[in-house]
Design a protein around this ligand. Structure first.
Ligand code: MN
Length: 288
């Protein structure tokens, strides 16, 4: 039997902050204790809404820093992101591409606008999502996946609406990403007003990010830079999108384990966080 998932929390961002000097973001998901239950396995989401950067010979971004116990997934929408990590992963992702970095037991990486984008300048837009790893996979070997737009199944939902399956499954279409958690990641771009219905497994967490346009659900209208977090119960979400809509849908089976997140590390205990800091300082996560 189908049952609608109801909205649990909503939040509309008002203030941006800088991550390094390249990413001017709205911080929309954080692993606060009361939220984790409804967003796990997702930990954090930053949205760098469209912003114009002038031409420069110096790349803007974030220099060398570590991660452990989680995965960072970067979605390039406009502009180009370049990444390098201590496990040998790296590359440039272009609009529509996705960069999936599994930190596992630890990597050191940097994240910059690409050299070509920096020289040319222009509009930059991206999302960075952090996905938690289950306790049993936190110390997995680091891994890097570069997911090209052309390899992402794109499904037409009517004539002017497209849904991309980045990870997981949508009506039998499988996303190209490998993940440690059972998740579905979709993005939706619509040129027209459209009614959309998506099915999910019961007892899973679901988050919708609105990047552009408006979304109507439960007789309320939500604008861009809003995030909707749903109840775990229920198997279906119905909503209406406006013209020029762009959104990201996250769904996943929650990891029901304690979470202690500090800076770039996402672990299960405070002791493991302390250990991560000391391992990083002692060079055990490698060097660039
Ligand atoms: Mn990082």
């Amino acid at each position: 039997m189908k049952e609608l998932k109801k909205i649990k929390f909503t939040h509309t961002a008002s203030q941006k902050h800088w991550v390094g000097d390249g990413f001017h973001v709205y911080g929309l998901l954080r692993p606060l204790e009361e939220m984790n239950k409804f967003i796990s396995p997702f930990v954090m989401l930053d949205y760098a809404s469209p912003k114009e950067f002038s031409t420069t010979n110096q790349r803007r971004g974030v220099g060398e820093h570590p991660h452990r116990g989680m995965e960072t997934v970067t979605f390039a929408y406009q502009g180009e992101v370049e990444h390098r990590d201590s496990s040998g992963g790296g590359g440039v992702i272009k609009p529509g591409d996705i960069q999936w970095m599994t930190a596992g037991k630890g990597v050191v990486h940097d994240e910059f606008h690409s050299v070509a984008f920096s020289k040319k300048g222009g509009i930059f837009e991206m999302v960075q999502l952090w996905i938690n790893l289950p306790k049993k996979n936190k110390m997995a070997e680091p891994k890097y996946q570069e997911i090209k737009n052309k390899n992402i199944p794109t499904i037409a939902l009517g004539s002017g609406t497209k849904l991309r399956v980045i990870a997981g499954d949508f009506n039998g279409y499988k996303g190209p990403s490998n993940s440690f958690t059972t998740i579905n990641l979709y993005d939706i771009i619509s040129k027209i007003n459209n009614n959309i219905s998506i099915n999910f497994k019961n007892d899973t967490n679901t988050v919708i990010l609105i990047m552009a346009g408006e979304l109507k659900i439960e007789n309320k209208i939500f604008k861009d830079k809003s995030i909707l977090i749903f109840e775990r119960e229920g198997t279906e979400i119905n909503f209406k999108v406006s013209e020029k809509f762009k959104g990201l849908i996250l769904n996943g089976e929650p990891i029901d384990e304690p979470i202690v997140s500090h800076g770039p590390f996402v672990m299960n205990t405070k002791e493991e966080i302390d250990e991560a800091f000391s391992d990083y300082q002692n060079g055990k996560m490698g060097r660039l």
